[in-house]
Design a protein around this ligand. Structure first.
Ligand code: GAR
Length: 207
């Protein structure tokens, strides 16, 4: 059974999708052992506590720089004996010292079809604002392994979502979550825990 540590910063709907998947048996050979938040008081922490999952707050504002913050997060991940770390709406770009310690063992959900609307500065609602501004007809979500390149790691799963004429950033965000993120994130996590993901170069093969 693999230990899954989930990193959050906000509402935690993706965390909830993982918890629901775990409780319905859709995540095979893994369980969420700890939720770490970069902010105190966020609703994701309550979601975890409601389901008996341990939580830690490692507040970004308590650390002077990103290196000391990243080291604190890594220490917690190692203490929790994480086999997999999932960024589920985690809004801090950690120093590469974390990913170097956990190569191909960290995954992120991004609310667009990478390589569109991704990289530094593209997070949360901003991603959907930019997709609408550009006028794309199709957007979606991506789950990928985390590397030192922001949103640049090997892609595990993607799912497309139609953009509607009357979409606002908020309605588009909601549809991308419902139709894509909440489906592909638990699926990718289960595939990892079942040892069915093989990374070769920049590609991920599902065994
Ligand atoms: C989600 O849409 C997630 O994909 C996005 O933030 C939202 C968090 O919602 N993440 C990023 O933009 C990371 N670059 P949640 O807290 O309800 O899961």
């Amino acid at each position: 059974m693999k230990n899954i540590v989930v990193l959050v910063s906000g509402g935690g709907t993706n965390l909830q999708a993982l918890i629901d998947a775990q409780e319905s048996g859709a995540i095979k050979n893994g369980r969420i052992t700890c939720v770490i938040s970069s902010k105190p008081g966020v609703y994701a922490l309550e979601r975890a506590a409601n389901h008996g999952i341990g939580t830690r707050v490692i507040a970004r504002r308590d650390y002077a720089d990103i290196i000391s913050y990243s080291q604190a997060v890594l220490d917690a991940i190692l203490e929790e004996k994480a086999d997999l770390v999932v960024y589920a709406g985690f809004m801090t770009i950690l120093d590469e010292l974390v990913v170097k310690a956990m190569p191909n063992k960290m995954m992120n959900v991004h609310p667009a079809l990478i390589p569109s609307f991704c990289g530094k500065g593209y997070y949360g609602l901003k991603v959907h604002e930019e997709a609408l501004k550009k006028g794309v007809k199709l957007t979606g979500a991506t789950v990928h392994f985390v590397t030192e390149v922001c949103d640049g790691g090997p892609i595990i799963l993607q799912k497309g979502v139609e953009v509607l004429d009357d979409d606002t950033p908020e309605t588009l965000q909601r549809r991308v979550m419902e139709q894509a993120e909440w489906k592909i994130l638990p699926k990718a996590v289960s595939l990892f825990c079942e040892d069915r993901l093989e990374v070769r170069g920049s590609r991920v093969y599902i065994k």
